[in-house]
Ligand binder design. Structure first.
Ligand code: ADP
Ligand code: 5GP
Length: 190
């Protein structure tokens, strides 16, 4: 894998895809292998999954706390995704920008579009699953969601795929190592 040449200051790298596209897997690998990269920890009202840690995977809050943060303007973007609220705290990404760190964001399309408007220098990457059937297989094999949740996510995926045209780059996530290499190349090119 190539390494990130972090010679440009404080860039935001937006990764979006339908649920199951591979964003968290990609971010996890990049974090392990490219420790100089920053990773924006989002705030959400969804319940933690097995093994997820508050402050590391997400800041887990209740709806009341989330709405208060929205009112106070603490989010750079926020959205309701698959029946839960998710948001990126302004402070989290502004701290990375101030430190001159490249910061990865694993966020949905609504949030991606909001951030592209307010941070026009952000690099946006749409992660495409190799096929809809493979997306369904990966969502099921992940074994983190109920049948109902999987159905909601697959239904939403059909609509979400239409938004790839608004992203600077599209990467098909077939073989994970190749996907990661392509993302590293994109980050280095900017
Ligand atoms: P997202 O964060 O976009 O919802 P995940 O990273 O959780 O997606 O990936 C969904 C599932 O697909 C996980 O079980 C993950 O291990 C698997 N996966 C991700 N990328 C690949 C890949 N390139 N090949 C095979 N399985 C993959
Ligand atoms: P999950 O519940 O599987 O962790 O995430 C569900 C969806 O919410 C994914 O598409 C993920 O990218 C998105 N998401 C995670 N954090 C944020 C965020 O801060 N803002 C927005 N808009 N979406 C987010």
């Amino acid at each position: 894998m190539g390494t990130i040449k972090d010679n440009k200051k404080g860039r935001l790298i937006i990764l979006s895809s339908p649920s199951g596209g591979g964003k968290s897997t990609i971010c996890k690998h990049l974090k392990e292998k490219q420790p100089e990269l920053g990773y924006s920890v989002s705030t959400t009202t969804r319940m933690p999954r097995n093994g997820e840690k508050d402050g590391k995977d997400y800041f887990f809050v209740n709806k009341k706390e989330f709405k208060k943060a929205v009112k106070e303007g603490l989010f750079a973007e926020w959205a309701k995704v698959h029946n839960h609220y998710y948001g990126t705290a302004r402070k989290v990404i502004d701290d990375f920008i101030k430190k001159g760190k490249t910061c990865l964001l694993d966020i949905d399309i609504q949030g991606g579009l909001q951030l592209m408007r307010s941070y026009p220098d952000a690099v946006s990457i749409f992660i495409l699953p190799p096929s809809f059937e493979e997306l369904e297989r990966r969502l099921r094999n992940r074994k983190t969601d109920s049948e109902r949740t999987i159905r909601i996510r697959l239904r939403n995926a059909k609509k979400e795929l239409e938004y790839q045209k608004f992203y600077d780059h599209t990467v098909v996530n077939s073989i994970l190592d190749e996907t990661i290499n392509k993302i590293v190349e994109i980050i280095n090119k900017k």
